[in-house]
Design a protein around this ligand. Structure first.
Ligand SMILES: [Zn+2]
Length: 623
């Protein structure tokens, strides 16, 4: 996914030091399937894995619940008990062959939810569960018609990563467990039911429409996704379709017209595209992430529709996840850098082919500085800066924002520097080919790295990169002409010389962002006004620029900005963009007394995950 709510939780306990060693499950080893202990799931590694599920889902927009039936097929028969993850689910029944199965739900855990324990499962490999979701299921957002662009029909969508699939259906909610499924999604007439799966047929039943889906490729539960609303579509190519609310379809289709080109570039780097289709669903504004790589159907934030195609890289990123993330998946959330670091690396390579190395390096520089800002805030020696953090069952997104992305990227780039691009590309192809449709952990990756590129361990300190804090001193240096130019203009600004409109006229969004990012967090109010006019930020549709600017304007005491900030916070749901603005409001003298009222206004429009992240942040700041 593209970075979302910036949640930082205290990790209980200290970071242990690790050494690269051969794990109990070498990639060369035996026939036994690899089983991972996952601190974020009640999945018992001794139990068989779910192989396939047949679902029926019926959302009820009145009660904000989905009534579900699921028929499970296990890879081998169970022995005695069988455990599944749930979160706020109501279980209606459990049956095998028409006979009731004993079940019980455990005590709720604030992170994990409730363990569903099925008893008397000896010899059973097929069973059925009836259940319904809670109106506050963390995976689901229910929008009223007024919260959509069209204002006509309600809207429902899911966000399962990292551990929210369990609030839609009972499952082994660990990224190490993969299954196939079919699903019937029943929605009121006039609405579309979309899933990250292959559409088989649409059936008309009285006043309802039944959308039948099939997911023939195995996926971990976090890649399960559904949406329902008034959604129309436009085909970009034989395998790319854009879905959006009708009001946004034309702009979205123009913005993402190059998607087929991106797929061709990605295939060059990674090998065949294994998911048949690559469709995009443009989400309602409250969507908390830049995008989510749901297989076959990426969910993408409307903040990427800026009318200038400047967010190609978000699509490049989600597309790259089709290989690194969806095809080769991190086994636990402590290994998330295997998804995000690799995907950032590939996003960067795709950008190099399409926009040139200058542009790609500038984007890399912007994002690296953003990560370093975060590290600066929490301390370079914080355990949250570790590439493979120890989460100990706490928040699955326990690392600092962007660390898994940018430090992961820098690590892979460093390896590339050590062995040369040609050798690294050979390694990448083999890495994907050998791990397709499996989930692996960091140790397995390191085993594979040392086996395939043995010289790397003599050229860099792998332990320091993977288990050390902060940003390694030997990280690749990003140099570009564009970056130098901007740094010069920033240096002039520091001496009191402001850039004029001619100097910035031809700047791309990223040049503007780099410039804003380099400005001091506190400026004079006059300077704030000057910058606002220079980049026409009052009329801009660019949420990225606005986020960078508002953060500074608030710290600088530019109080007249408040109405613009309020309108920004009530229309944008994306964590990466709104969290820094909320943080600035909550920690600045003039604005902190306003936060409670403002949040009260915005809360109903935001995704439950976002609200959770914000409330945590507010209470941390208040401490
Ligand atoms: Zn991602």
């Amino acid at each position: 996914m593209s970075a979302g709510p910036a949640v930082v939780l205290m990790v209980r306990g200290v970071l242990l030091s690790y050494r690269v060693q051969h794990h109990h499950h070498s990639i060369l080893g035996g026939d036994q399937p690899v089983r991972y202990p996952d601190q974020h799931s009640y999945t018992d590694p001794e139990h068989p894995e779910i192989k396939h599920i047949d679902f029926i889902f019926k959302p009820d927009f009145e009660t904000k619940t989905i009534v579900g039936i699921a028929e499970y097929e296990l890879e081998t028969p169970a022995t005695q008990t069988f455990c599944l993850d749930t979160n706020k689910l109501q279980i209606d029944y459990a049956r095998a062959d028409g006979i009731d199965i004993a079940w019980e739900l455990g005590e709720p855990n604030p992170v994990l939810g409730e363990r569903l324990k099925l008893g008397g499962m000896e010899g059973i490999s097929r069973f059925e569960l009836g259940f319904r979701t809670h109106p506050e299921a963390p995976a689901l957002q229910w929008l009223t018609p007024e919260q959509t662009m069209g204002g006509e029909k309600p809207y429902l969508y899911s966000q399962c990563q990292p551990i929210n699939a369990r609030s839609i259906f009972p499952c082994q909610d660990s990224p190490s467990v993969r299954f196939t499924y079919t699903a019937e999604l029943v929605v009121p007439y006039g609405m579309s039911g979309l899933m990250a799966a292959a559409l088989v047929e649409v059936e008309e039943k009285n006043s309802e429409l039944s959308f039948h889906y099939h997911m023939p490729q195995n996926i971990p539960a976090y890649l399960f996704a559904l949406a329902a609303g008034k959604i129309s579509h436009h085909d970009i190519s034989s395998r790319v379709r854009i879905y959006a609310e009708p009001e946004l379809l034309q702009a979205a289709s123009w913005e993402f017209a190059y998607t087929e080109e991106l797929i061709k570039e990605a295939v060059k780097l990674y090998g065949p595209y294994d998911w048949e289709r690559y469709d995009l669903l443009v989400m309602p504004p409250s969507f908390p992430f830049g995008a989510m790589e749901n297989p076959r159907l990426t969910f993408i934030s409307p903040t990427t529709i800026t009318g200038d195609r400047s967010h190609v890289l978000t699509v490049a990123h989600e597309l790259a996840h089709s290989w690194t993330g969806n095809l080769v998946t991190c086994a636990t959330w402590e290994d998330i850098w295997l998804n995000e670091g690799w995907t950032t690396y590939t996003e960067q390579r795709i950008m190099e082919s399409i926009e040139g190395t200058e542009f790609a390096s500038m984007v890399a520089a912007y994002n690296q500085r953003k990560m370093l800002e975060n590290m600066e805030r929490i301390g370079h020696d914080s355990p949250h800066t570790v590439l493979k953090p120890e989460l100990k069952g706490g928040d699955p997104y326990g690392a600092a924002p962007l660390v898994s992305y940018r430090k992961g990227y820098a690590f892979l780039r460093k390896i590339e520097e050590c062995v040369g691009r040609e050798e690294f590309d050979r390694f990448t192809h083999k890495y994907i080919a050998e791990h397709r449709f499996t989930s692996i952990d960091t140790m397995q990756f390191l085993d594979f790295l040392i086996k395939e590129l043995p010289t790397v361990k003599d050229q860099l300190d792998i332990n320091e990169w993977v288990y050390g804090t902060g940003f390694p001193v030997d990280a690749p240096v990003i140099e570009t002409k564009m970056l130098e130019d901007i740094d010069q203009i920033v240096a002039a600004y520091d001496r009191g010389v402001k850039p004029n409109s001619e100097q910035v006229e031809d700047w791309s969004t990223f040049q503007r962002m780099l410039f804003l990012q380099s400005l001091p967090i506190k400026m004079s109010v006059d300077d704030c006004k000057y910058i606002e006019t220079l980049f026409d930020l009052k009329n801009s549709r660019d949420r990225y620029l606005q986020s960078e600017f508002y953060k500074r304007a608030i710290h600088s005491g530019y109080q007249e900005i408040l109405p613009d900030v309020v309108s920004f916070l009530s229309t944008v749901g994306r964590g990466l963009l709104v969290m820094p603005v909320w943080r600035a409001l909550a920690s600045t003298e003039w604005s902190k007394t306003l936060v409670e009222d403002l949040y009260h206004q915005c809360k109903p429009k935001l995704h439950p995950m976002m609200n959770q992240a914000l409330e945590k942040m507010f209470s941390r700041i208040a401490q």
